[in-house]
Ligand binder design. Sequence first.
Ligand SMILES: Cc1cc2nc3c(=O)[nH]c(=O)nc-3n(C[C@H](O)[C@H](O)[C@H](O)COP(=O)(O)OP(=O)(O)OC[C@H]3O[C@@H](n4cnc5c(N)ncnc54)[C@H](O)[C@@H]3O)c2cc1C
Ligand code: SF4
Length: 331
Amino acid sequence: MREFRYERAADPPAAVALLAAEPGGAFLGGGTNLVDLMKLGVATPDVLVDVRQLTSSEVTELPDGGLRIGAAVPNADLAADRRVRDRFPVLSQALLAGASGQLRNRATTGGNLLQRTRCAYFTDVTTPCNKRAPGSGCSALEGLHRNHALFGATLEGPGACVATHPSDMAVALAALDARVRVLGPDGERVVPMSELHRLPGEDPDRDTTLRHGELITALDVPALDMPSRYRKVRDRAAFAFALVSVAAAVRVTDGVVEDVRLALGGVAHRPWRATAAEEALRGRPATEESFAAAADAELAAAVPLRDNGYKVPLARNLVVRILLELGGEGR
Ligand SMILES: Cc1cc2nc3c(=O)[nH]c(=O)nc-3n(C[C@H](O)[C@H](O)[C@H](O)COP(=O)(O)OP(=O)(O)OC[C@H]3O[C@@H](n4cnc5c(N)ncnc54)[C@H](O)[C@@H]3O)c2cc1C
Ligand code: SF4
């Protein structure tokens, strides 16, 4: 039995101050990931600061037509919000592709962003894992890794890690250029989604660029003036994480791709914004041929492991398919 304290604070600054004074503490959102990790002995916080009632659980309008999403908005409410469904279908679809109805009712927006990898060795405390126990090694490199990364992994040395980020919502938010509002001991700052999650580098125990004690208070999603969609491929139809997923938005004018956003999930330690594919597509005819060439441009940088090479054609097919659905053949 491992004891820990449970604390509530009067407001967000008090929660931040409380955690700043507790180097071994953690914020608690819905607890659907953190509490599981505590039961397994993977996370061992000595104090939990409950922030589920502290940050906003509202979705509000921004002046540019975008939305501000409070960190405590449950995943289920966000997916069902009429404005999200109408203006950002990619976000609603990504949320509904994750977990189950019960989990989405409990899970929060802030907690979803910071959920930890589903690498089997990370949650098995009897095996070496550089993310859980820095310097112990990476069991996945030579072990089970068919769900693991194609891009940006660290393949050797004390920082070796080939894990992927598990959140579906984060992939949609990466494509939407969302901004994360953070309150820390030194005040507020705004972190672009592209800078929130990190690659493993030499220290895979750090998933994000957030500092200890920084609280996510909200997300800002800027207006989107193109159709968007999310597609996820997984081992079974429910309750499974992405093998590969794609979040896409595209605007086609007179048969030409005017603007495009693409992000991939299940392929890297962070949501993978497919900038090479985007670049290859802008100004090109909206045809299957251009879409395939763009996917190939992105996947040229893939470094498959022994057992996850199948993800390369899977990602290619998924990118082509979603772009055809959204704006293909001059639509
Ligand atoms: C069986 C199962 C299947 C699942 N399938 C999927 C899936 O297919 N796709 C998917 O995307 N997800 C899936 N999930 C994961 C689920 O989406 C996450 O568990 C959930 O979103 C986490 O949110 P939470 O509020 O419960 O976070 P918590 O568990 O409370 O916290 C997670 C992390 O975030 C930190 N945190 C929480 N709130 C804040 C804040 N405001 N500021 C700073 N730090 C904070 C905590 O300290 C902790 O480190 C699944 C989960 C389970 C159990
Ligand atoms: S891939 Fe990362 S999380 Fe998985 S065993 Fe290796 S170091 Fe640990």
